[in-house]
Design a protein around this ligand. Sequence first.
Ligand SMILES: NC(=O)c1ccc[n+]([C@@H]2O[C@H](COP(=O)([O-])OP(=O)(O)OC[C@H]3O[C@@H](n4cnc5c(N)ncnc54)[C@H](O)[C@@H]3O)[C@@H](O)[C@H]2O)c1
Length: 703
Amino acid sequence: MSEPVTFSIAGDVAVVMIDSPPVNAVNQGVRAGLKQVFTELRGKPGIKAIVLGCAGKTFVAGADIKEFDTGIAAPGYHEVLRLIEDSLVPVVAAVQGTALGAGTEIALACHYRVAHEAARFGLPELSLGIIPGAGGTQRLPRLVPLEVALDMALTGKPLPAGKAAEAGLADRVVGGEVMPAALAYARELVASGAGPRRTREQPVKGKEGAAELFAAQRAQVAKTMRNRQSPIALITALQAAVEQPFDEGLKVEGRLSSQLEQATESKALRHLFYAEREVRKIPGLAANIAPRPIARVGIVGAGTMGGGIAMCCANVGIPVTLVDATQQNLDRGMATIRKNYERSVSRGSLKPEQLEERIKLISPTLDYSALANADLIIEAVFENLALKKEIFAKLDAVAKPGAILGTNTSTLDIDEIAAVTRRAKDVIGLHFFSPANVMQLLEIVQAGKTAPDVVVTALDIAKRIKKTGVVAKVCYGFIGNRMMDPYGREAERCVLEGATPAQVDGALEQWGMAMGILAVYDMAGVDVGYLTRAERKHLLPDDPTFYRPTAVLYEHGWLGQKSGRGYYRYDGADRKRTEDPEVIALLQEEAKRLDVPQRKPGAQEIQERCLYAMINEGALLLEEGVALRASDIDVVYTAGYGFPRYRGGPMFYADTVGLKVIYDKIMEFQKTLDPRYWQPAPLLKKLALAGSSFAQWQAEQSR
Ligand SMILES: NC(=O)c1ccc[n+]([C@@H]2O[C@H](COP(=O)([O-])OP(=O)(O)OC[C@H]3O[C@@H](n4cnc5c(N)ncnc54)[C@H](O)[C@@H]3O)[C@@H](O)[C@H]2O)c1
């Protein structure tokens, strides 16, 4: 293997190259290489400047995340970066692609920075629940104003080269190749006699007003990054940069970093980092199964979902044939797509010409035979089994051999849908979430006869359209909606027991859910859940309180946001949700009629009931093999259901609480609540009593 760090001499300038494919991430080898090279160059006669660059498309784009678990092997970051910063001759970083995390920190330790115009500098550490730990919090505010430093590190959004130059992070921005430009810049420095310009020796920029800024940011993150430690730690570290000498500040950063690394928040976020990669590995599928080529996608149904899915494809250049039953709905669908793109244009995230290009990729038609050249057809018509069967029979007749037939059904039996075709092996569930062009998750539902290469193709297409595909097997609601069922059941039952909708949602949101479930129902339409349950009435428990609040709202025609009222009222100019005393009174009356004991559950009970019911269902899904891994469930929930990432997903969260604690609580609820809903899943019981965890169980399964 070639050395990860090498140098060459170009006249009086040494050119140091990091070559650690694929993204030049720093690991022990890179640190050791940098140490060796910078030691060798120190005081080397004839060398008047050093350029530090990277092979390949990008500057150092992060650090090897595995080192979290193994610990940082010597030499450490501080030693290496100090060596670079202490160079006796100017060191110029040549930055192309993205400098991320440790990459930005290396660039900060150099004396000057030349950036390609498309380069970006980012500190995404908070997304892993940590803070920059290689001096980033101390050096960055010495180059850019404190406000910019805070913003970069709190949002994790990389700063483009132009903005980096304005802020003081890049000394020169160039259009062509960055290495020759950095070399030229180094020669200019030598010619002008400019020496090293050590970042740590610079004063912090924007000290005045710092106290107010920190106070405002603390208040802000308490609201927008609720329950999280790392943003607070980040602010503390930056505050240390303002208030203490550099070396003392470094100590503060170091202490906070090691605390964060051990904390559940970071463990949860790292768990998801791995879990999101793991979803692509399907046990039992040979690694060499090739995906089928997908050059054109057909979509049936130009409604909410069909339109969004068409956008996902057009966004990455895949041409789409969009079919609907009526011209009117087709026109409305295309108009909605245009409106969505126009919104992106007005926000500045899309150029007007891109809008036209994308629209041009979508061909609307009423003619099913236009689907004959599609390699993948996704059905997104109304949620009605008879209709879907009729459509699949039609698709079977027009689709070319080998075309994949996907259905976006949320709940229906895909085996039954597949059975009407002569090609059940080509049929698969592709469950997108609303709005499909925004939501990250794609549940890929492998039906009984779905061929392995169809699953592989679905995972591949998910990646192409920038979604996280998670494979599930057929059952009612698949992974996501099936686990929502007991979660919502408890939320509604808590309302009947005397908690107001705002108390229920408040408890869930305070815990970390992006939106309380009752507010979600209002957003999606109270009728959606009601009607789905009405269809399956014969399968539901014989319990008059089961999902009764939603039924009451439905009977009153209060369907949620679209009717201006549901669980809440939405009548201000901003249509913000407010408690509706009439709804509260009505539901209380209903509870009385149904003789529901008034427990008036508090926040903790609401959280435990909703979440433990969900987790218990997750354990059932694992036993049934509907979900392949506990970590897949975590990905589904964090990518598709607003479950807080910093809690790692429901199954990871369960492990952090302790399965025995959850099991005991379920047994307690069995006594105090309706026992038919509080039967511990056998797997949960087994693991709880054995002192095990879902993570341990998963590790054993894959052995
Ligand atoms: N809306 C959601 O939040 C959501 C989320 C996930 C999955 N889904 C599922 O996606 C599917 C579509 O839902 P939606 O919300 O987009 O519905 P929608 O009512 O917005 O759109 C359905 C479209 O299908 C068209 N259609 C009906 N019959 C047709 C036929 N025979 N041929 C061609 N087109 C026909 C209709 O004209 C309409 O434009 C459903 O199965 C639903 O369960 C919806």
